[in-house]
Ligand binder design. Structure first.
Ligand code: ADP
Ligand code: 5GP
Length: 184
């Protein structure tokens, strides 16, 4: 008997570019697609719930999980640690389900090294000015946090050629459709 493994899709791009929006659209429109909930040491934002957006854990627990080799990938992003649990991804792929990760560029490149069949998708902004507008408009970040995120965005954009696909998120509907076509 042959077992059909699911496919792993990795969505990355600068903070504020619209990854979360695209991810929600893909998950709502493709019921068989599973999202892997990351672990993070960052504090929950208003409205976020442990186990829904992230598993919010302490730095101590994060370090313990690193030393036990539990992460498929992890990275220090902006000011905190973020990581994907290996077991979560492998269990779903082995059930034949496609899995979507929404992680930063450092993590995405680690995944590609460990799982070369993973499909890497970079979401780019139409311009840096528009990215700043979206980050500011979202109203979730302090001005310091926005400048950290914009600085990191410039470095992340330099790595987009390492991805299998680049989606420019200008018109939201078109970007959602492009993502859907890649996944299906
Ligand atoms: P990320 O998850 O990449 O940090 P979000 O999905 O939170 O980004 O999007 C950041 C902000 O930009 C949100 O307020 C969202 O509604 C808005 N946004 C997303 N895509 C577009 C788009 N194509 N055009 C205009 N605004 C957008
Ligand atoms: P936020 O704090 O805005 O939710 O996320 C900040 C950044 O961390 C985003 O670029 C997001 O893609 C990234 N991120 C979220 N989860 C993970 C993860 O598990 N691993 C890595 N490497 N990055 C992650």
């Amino acid at each position: 008997m042959t077992i059909k493994l699911g496919k792993l899709f990795v969505l990355s791009g600068p903070s504020g570019v619209g990854k979360g929006t695209l991810r929600e659209n893909a998950l709502n429109g493709i019921p068989t697609l599973k999202y892997s909930i990351s672990c993070t040491t960052r504090k929950p934002r208003d409205g976020e719930t442990d186990g829904v957006e992230y598993r919010f854990i302490s730095r101590e627990k994060f370090k313990e999980d690193i030393s036990q080799g539990l992460f498929l990938e992890y990275a220090h992003v902006h000011e905190d640690f973020y990581g994907t649990l290996k077991a979560d991804v492998v269990n779903e792929l082995e059930k034949g389900n496609d899995v979507l990760l929404e992680i930063d560029v450092q993590g995405a490149l680690q995944v590609k090294e460990k799982m070369p069949d993973a499909v890497l998708i970079f979401v780019a902004p139409p311009s840096v000015e528009e990215l700043e507008r979206r980050l500011t408009g979202r109203n979730t970040e302090s001005s310091e946090s926005i400048s950290v995120r914009l600085n990191n965005a410039l470095k992340e954009l330099e790595l987009k050629d390492k991805y299998d696909y680049v989606i420019v998120n200008d018109d939201l509907d078109s970007a959602c459709e492009e993502l859907r076509k890649i996944i299906l």
